[in-house]
Design a binder for this molecule. Sequence first.
Ligand code: ZN
Length: 276
Amino acid sequence: MPELPEVETVMRGLAARLQDRVIRRATVRRPDLRWALPDRLAERLTGARVLGLRRRAKYILIRLDTGESMLLHLGMSGRILIRPRGANAPEPHEHVALETEDGWEVGFVDPRRFGSIDLIPTAAEEEHRLLAGLGPEPLDPGFTPKRLKAALAGRRSPIKAALLDQRIVAGLGNIYVCEALYRAGIAPFRLAGDVPTSRLVPEIKATLLEAIDAGGSSLRDYVQPGGELGYFQHAWRVYGREGQPCARCPGPPVCPGVARVVQGGRSTFYCPRLQR
Ligand SMILES: [Zn+2]
């Protein structure tokens, strides 16, 4: 499932092909993804110029000169394909495709259809039901240790669960929460209200920025013909490494290595020695 850095990378790759371009044609091959697609979607996109793109949490907003913005979410398995017009037939499950005036096609492929596309008034983007309740962006300068401390005050839930709550901070998912807690040396089950946010917030930002950099350095490759946006190789420090040696500790018997527990139905990976 794409997380914030992957979505940021997809957004930047899309911007390289769509920014300031006119959508010559839009093709919509089914009436719904996770939810019904907007009425007359193809018609409302055709002829529109793209003024700008941005990411909010795991959503991509594509601002058009029609006064509307396209809101895109990749869901569990959504992918964006970019290719020169006519280079390939549409892929299976390529439900929506945009063709730009300068000869490129952007396809939205989503076999499981947990993704979504909406078309909303640009002036009311932040009021959309999917965006209205979101907490601060973790990479915004305004997301500070003090602000997170205030948001967590009195919370009795484990810090792992609190960081996955999109109302507290937007866009963090399982992988980056595990990584940030490891880097900050904070146990995932520690009560959210007791956590030293001065240690945690810089590590959340650093974890995300490193992953975005890894995605950015792959940009060269993924705007190539037939390219798929946003899925890059990234080495996790703890995520998915159960039973492997912990990178920051001596081996057994000092540190038993990376452990896994299930919290709220999701796997948490952590170092039992380092994270307190
Ligand atoms: Zn360790």
